[in-house]
Design a protein around this ligand. Structure first.
Ligand code: BGC
Length: 369
């Protein structure tokens, strides 16, 4: 049974809230063998979607969980920032990409050094505050620590949003850091920290200038010098607002994503070389493209945004559960079987897919006459 837009909105909120632990963490996918943790990146995007859906209490609980994750590691994170200022990559003290509900590191070896998640968290906390959420002392202290950490480490190579290619400085990661520092520069701008907050805003501006330089070929590359684009670059335009959607660099990036990463069926791939579960179409990226269209509002954009929404709705199962990705038109189907054999079927539900759907759904609802 295909869900109607309204049902899937309600189901998405239910599914997200049902999988928020009492500590405030969002379990990325409750049924997938590898995803029984809260990822910083997923959680931050989910909290933002919940704020837009007026579920401020659940968003607040996530920010509290995140603040405790950070504050429990304050000494190590300060040491990591120190290493970054010396030009080193912190060997052990970095913030991991994911934690268990009770805020512990996972014992499983994982590509844990990812710098985009904490940037997205700083940004998401800013969005929470703009919508009436409180900047409690614990949240402010944690945000301030993370802002220092990212300001020191932003130009380090790290695993990207897809937990891959640790040898590169990823455009999408660096963009997430700029969005986070810019937001934190705003909400940390009180009292004695006014000077520091100006410095955070300057670092964010410096990063955006750096991104423009890296776009020497006229589009935002997956990493400097790469000939490829990546679906995660969409976030730099919307929701982060680092580039105007009609900025020539961003417009060319969208054109390349449309030409190379949108499947014949309408779903969006992560990048052309993707082999994870064969490299299927991702729900959360299809939502991100729809969100860019909805925010841009050029002629034909609202129809394109609706097509993205409908494609997502068609991927929901009878219980309204959305997957991470859809393998039907996978880029490298010869890989799908190996992944299924190792880890079981790919994730469904994925909370972040539901969150991205909610954002697009909300944009289209508010654009109704
Ligand atoms: C994705 C990450 C995501 C994680 C949990 C990974 O496969 O590449 O972006 O954070 O799953 O959803």
């Amino acid at each position: 049974m295909r869900q109607t837009g309204l049902d899937l909105r309600r189901r998405s909120i239910e599914i997200i809230l049902a999988n928020q632990t009492s500590s405030g963490a969002f379990i990325a996918s409750p049924t997938f063998s590898q995803y029984g943790f809260c990822w910083v990146r997923d959680g931050a995007f989910i909290a933002h979607a919940l704020d837009l859906a007026e579920e401020h209490g659940a968003a607040a609980r996530f920010h509290d969980w995140m603040a405790e994750v950070v504050l429990a590691r304050r000494v190590g994170l300060a040491r990591a920032a120190e290493a970054g200022r010396r030009g080193d990559i912190p060997p052990v003290d970095y913030l991991h990409c994911r934690y268990s509900a009770d805020a512990a590191e996972s014992a499983v070896v994982w590509p844990a050094f990812q710098l985009d998640g904490p940037g997205i968290w700083l940004w998401s906390l800013g969005e929470h505050v703009v919508r009436g959420g409180r900047l409690t002392p614990r949240r402010a202290e944690a945000a301030s620590l993370i802002a220092d950490y990212l300001a020191a480490l932003w130009s380090c190579p790290s695993y990207d949003a897809w937990e891959e290619s640790p040898e590169h400085v990823h455009t999408s990661t660096v963009g997430a850091i700029a969005a986070g520092l810019r937001a934190a520069g705003g909400y940390l701008a009180h009292g004695p920290s006014a000077q520091r907050s100006a410095e955070l805003a300057e670092t964010a501006d410096l990063i955006v200038r750096h991104l423009r330089t890296a776009a020497e070929a006229g589009y935002l590359p997956k990493w400097p010098g790469s000939g490829a684009v990546d679906g995660s670059l969409l976030w730099l335009g919307y929701p982060f607002g680092l580039f105007r959607l009609d900025d020539p660099i961003f417009a060319t990036t969208i054109e390349r994503i449309e030409a190379e990463l949108v499947s014949a069926g309408g779903g969006v791939f992560r990048y052309l070389g993707d082999t994870y579960y064969g490299g299927g179409e991702w729900v959360l990226l299809t939502a991100a493209l729809g969100s860019v269209y909805a925010a841009r509002g050029a002629p034909g954009d609202s129809q394109k945004a609706v097509r993205c929404l409908e494609w997502i709705e068609a991927q929901a199962d009878a219980e309204g559960l959305l997957p991470e990705q859809v393998a039907e038109r996978a880029l490298h189907p010869e890989w799908t079987h190996d992944w299924v054999r190792s880890w079981g079927p790919s994730a469904r539900p994925l909370l972040w897919s539901h969150a991205a759907y909610l954002v697009l759904h909300g944009q289209l609802e508010s654009a109704r006459p």
